[in-house]
Ligand binder design. Structure first.
Ligand code: BYC
Length: 317
């Protein structure tokens, strides 16, 4: 009898969820949802949050070395935005029943990933330009699409994040444009940064659709609205033109406009490198996680103080 009741509850929940999906209505935290949907979102949203937070490291290195006070102020504001994005996303993920502490633990033990791109070093000021222009540029293309994702808190976080991300992309493009108007050495630095960041930026969209294990569920549950390859193509199309305007060369000898597809064709992506980097063996993986662990442990007193304050407020109330 109990088993039949359970099955009935399960199927009623599933039909309510399916109805919302069919009607393109957002799924909200208090709605019943299939366990697979909840887990899929926790994986993606927590990885997204970790990427925002770990992503502060390569740029943070350049705050004290920015070439002008204006550049320093802008970079500082951008990095603070990334931290804010991480916080919205952690809060949004918490509505799915996982705690911030668990997510941090998963990052520290390697169970949760973060974007491949942040395992490369920012070697000079041109790299700060390339990160803003290419990395934030790639992130916007992906995140604009995620504004229509089916989980309400994720979709609303994306709307706000995209507004800030477009300022970040312009900050990077401005740096690259200025360098391309500078001395020969500055132009060479900008081209060198472009050469090093181009391919890892294309990898940010994930493996080709045929090799992407999560895409099937992501489409079924309307978490993804466009596939990895569709978004990558969108990014390439707009970025090639931007590179052309400021005189940068895209480091891909196979890059050609394909009239029939209405997109650029590009050369092969080094997936071996991608899997190595996301598997923990990129140039900076060890450094990134060690730094996060140290800062997290140094900040333990802040969390303890915040908790003590909360307890005190509750006692007063
Ligand atoms: N890096 O089946 P797939 C920013 C993993 S931060 C690492 O296609 P999915 C910024 C994937 O997780 C913006 N791992 O997966 C911040 C899966 O492994 P698991 C970051 C990757 O989820 C500071 C496996 O490969 N944006 O802008 O359907 C400063 C198979 O992949 C990557 C987001 O996080 C990768 N690039 O699609 C500056 C966007 N790609 O989990 C800038 C949100 C794939 O089974 N995420 N993998 O162990 C998404 O849209 C999707 O998760 C992805 C991948 C398109 C990335």
């Amino acid at each position: 009898m109990e088993q039949r009741d359970d099955a009935l509850v399960q199927s009623t929940m599933q039909s309510a969820f399916d109805r919302k999906m069919e009607q393109d209505m957002p799924i909200e935290p208090k709605d019943e949802m299939p366990e697979g949907y909840r887990k899929h979102l926790i994986r993606q949203m927590s990885q997204h949050a970790h990427s925002e937070v770990i992503g502060m490291q390569p740029e943070g290195n350049w705050i004290t070395r920015a070439p002008s006070l204006r550049a320093r102020q802008i970079l500082l504001a951008k990095i603070q935005d990334e931290c804010g994005h991480g916080l919205y996303l952690y809060s949004a993920a918490e509505t799915l029943g996982i705690s911030r502490a668990e997510m941090t633990e998963q990052l520290h033990t390697g169970k949760a990933k973060y974007s491949n791109i942040f395992n490369y070093p920012a070697l000079n000021w041109a790299d700060v330009g390339a990160i803003g222009w290419l990395v934030d540029g790639a992130a916007i293309v992906n995140q604009v699409s995620l504004q229509r994702t089916s989980y309400g808190p994720y979709s609303r976080a994306m709307v706000r994040i995209c507004k800030e991300e477009s300022f970040h992309q312009r900050q990077g493009y401005e740096i690259m444009s200025k360098m391309m108007c500078g001395t020969v050495a500055q132009r060479e630095m900008a081209q060198d940064a472009m050469n090093r960041w181009w391919w890892p930026s294309l990898m940010m969209f994930g493996p080709h659709d045929s090799e992407s294990p999560h895409t099937g569920d992501a489409f079924r549950w309307k978490i993804k609205r466009q596939s990895n390859d569709e978004l990558r193509a969108k990014f390439i199309d707009k970025t090639v033109q931007q590179a052309d305007v400021i005189g940068l060369t895209v480091p891909d000898k196979d890059l050609r406009w394909n009239e029939a597809r209405g997109h650029y064709d590009h050369g092969p992506i080094n997936w071996q490198e991608f899997y190595k980097v996301i598997g923990g063996y990129g140039p900076c993986n060890v450094q990134r996680i060690a730094h996060h662990k140290k800062v997290h442990s140094d900040g333990a007193w802040v969390r303890a103080a915040a908790e003590a304050y909360m307890t005190k407020q509750k006692l007063i109330a």
